[in-house]
Design a protein around this ligand. Structure first.
Ligand code: ADP
Length: 264
């Protein structure tokens, strides 16, 4: 598997240095340990299953050994720490572009960083960072893609699905990993040219499922309805509130849902 991934990679740095595990607690946790050492920019950690896969805000990521992708990339960006949260959107864009290369079914991004097919979540992304005031030590971006799962636990039935279930297509995980790394390497370079989403946000918006829709913004205890217009150059979601005012929402603390369910 490891050799197969390395053989298929068409990148100059992303994924060239690779750690592969049949099982691990969390690829993000392992990549953070590598980040504390002198492991180079672009190193990836790939596992066949995770015993303690994580989502945002302490949530869990279901990670069975089902032919899915659990992968984390370690980055050592030169830009300031405030910019790092946008990398989550850069990765979402890259993963969506990649899955589109393989399937005929529509693939969308749910802001900021989930990938959905037929209204179901097939990928989640978790970005974590270690930084000083002005400098980033390292960033890790974890990706969980449900590629081949046939079924999900009851609690996830309504929101989660896999590429196989939604498209009926069998995709090779190694080919998808290689495509994600290729798209990410290109998108990261475009991001670094401006250190924001200027080069990417229009293409991102074209794949944004929440665009031009009523959404529910979940902000801690509070929730409110708004009309989502798309992201701006800083990756913030522009929303029009019920009183007509337009606001930019930052991805850090909020989640977005459809009025009745996950996206609808
Ligand atoms: P959010 O969509 O609220 O930002 P996260 O990106 O942090 O959530 O992902 C964690 C959530 O995703 C979990 O609380 C659970 O609802 C859901 N989830 C967990 N494992 C999977 C999986 N393998 N596929 C799809 N959804 C999952």
């Amino acid at each position: 598997m490891k050799e197969e991934i390395l053989r298929q990679l068409q990148t100059t740095w992303a994924g060239r240095n690779l750690y592969y595990f049949s099982e691990i607690d969390s690829t993000n946790t392992y990549a953070k340990q590598l980040g504390k050492q002198s492991e180079p920019h672009g190193t990836i950690v790939v596992a066949q299953s995770q015993s303690a896969g994580r989502g945002r805000l302490g949530r869990k990521w279901n990670s069975p050994n089902d032919g899915n992708i659990y992968m984390t990339i370690l980055l050592r960006p030169k830009f300031s720490p405030q910019k790092a949260s946008m990398l989550t959107l850069v990765m979402a864009y890259s993963v969506a572009m990649s899955i589109r290369e393989f399937v005929d079914t529509s693939v969308y991004i749910k802001w900021p960083n989930d990938i959905v097919m037929n209204g179901k979540k097939i990928c989640g992304i978790l970005t974590e960072m270690s930084a000083e005031v002005d400098d980033i030590n390292y960033v890790v971006i974890g990706i969980g893609v449900n590629v081949m799962s046939h079924e999900f636990p009851d609690a996830l039935q309504d929101i989660a699905s896999s590429i196989l279930i939604e498209s009926g297509q069998n995709i090779s995980e190694t080919a998808l990993i290689s495509s994600i790394m290729r798209n990410f390497e290109q998108a990261y370079q475009r991001f670094c040219e401006t250190e924001d989403m200027s080069n990417i946000y229009q293409e991102y918006n074209q794949m944004l499922i929440n665009r031009n829709r009523q959404v529910r913004i979940l902000d801690g205890e509070n929730g409110y309805e708004a009309y989502a217009m798309g992201i701006d150059k800083m990756g913030q979601l522009l929303i029009r509130k019920q009183d007509g005012s337009v606001e930019a929402v930052f991805a850090g603390e909020v989640s977005v849902r459809g009025l009745y369910g996950y996206v609808e």
